[in-house]
Structures are given as C-alpha cells and as structure tokens.
Design a binder for this molecule. Structure first.
Ligand code: ZN
Length: 140
C-alpha cells in the first residue's frame, strides 16, 4: 500500500459516513492535495495557507476527509444556547451531556482545549388550583 494519502474537503457534503468504504475513484469531492504521511484523526494540516482538521480516514483507500478550520479566535462564545469552541467556533449541540457546570473540554472539531461554564436559568410556571375569586369580606 502506498504511503500517499489523498485529502478531500469534507464540508462539500453534509454526511460523509457512506464514504468510509467507498472507492476513492468514485468520491465526488474536490481533491485538496496529497501527502506522503499517514494522517491521524484531528491532525491539523495546512493547505494553501488554511488549516484543516482530519475528521474521517478511509484506510482502505488512503483517503482523508478534512474540514477547514477558522482558528481566528473571533467567535462569539458567551451565553449561547449550545457551547461554542472559542478556537474554531464549532457549536456542540450535545453539550448538555457534559458533566458538571464547569470544566475543561477538547473540541470535537479542532481538538484544541478550552474551559466552559454552564449557567442554568431557573424559571417558574403556575396553574390555578381553584376559582379566580374569593369571598369578598368588605365592600365599600
Ligand atoms: Zn474547536
């Protein structure tokens, strides 16, 4: 097996799992480049000045699917309904599963570390438990 690995842009498709066993020749994605080193999941690779993260490996075909990262750090990460990575801006919709109201995590996209705090807002609801009147005691 060759040590040449082809890099494909994962973001050209929404769901790539079907490509895990697909022959490389039939992958309908633009080829970003080739490298002579076996990549690992979450490796960062620089292609034409942009940083990409390896998210899927097709071991049978020496193909890696990579996602471009925006590591500018200019992401709004405060008081969001879902946690966002402060490095790449990735929104983790499964953050409700994180244990504790604060801690350290590693981003599922860029694999860089960050800390988080979870703020829980308490809201109240009420329902009537009887009629909305009471005998009048004094009437003027
Ligand atoms: Zn990230």
């Amino acid at each position: 097996m060759s040590d040449t690995w082809r890099l494909y842009d994962r973001d050209h498709r929404d769901f790539m799992y079907e490509l895990m066993d697909t022959k490389v020749e039939s992958i309908p994605l633009p080829l970003l480049g080739e490298i002579q080193l076996r990549p690992d999941i979450h490796d960062h690779i620089k292609i034409n000045g942009e940083i990409y993260s390896v998210c899927i490996l097709n071991l049978a075909n020496n193909a890696a699917f990579v996602r471009r990262l925006d590591l500018s750090g200019n992401h709004d990460t405060e008081y969001k309904p879902n946690a966002r990575c402060p490095h790449c801006g990735y929104e983790d919709i499964d953050c409700f599963e994180w244990s504790g109201d604060e801690g350290d995590r590693e981003c599922g996209h860029c694999s860089l570390p960050f800390s988080y705090t979870r703020e829980i807002i308490i809201e109240y609801s009420t329902e009537k438990k009887g009629p909305s009147n009471k005998p009048v005691r004094v009437e003027l």
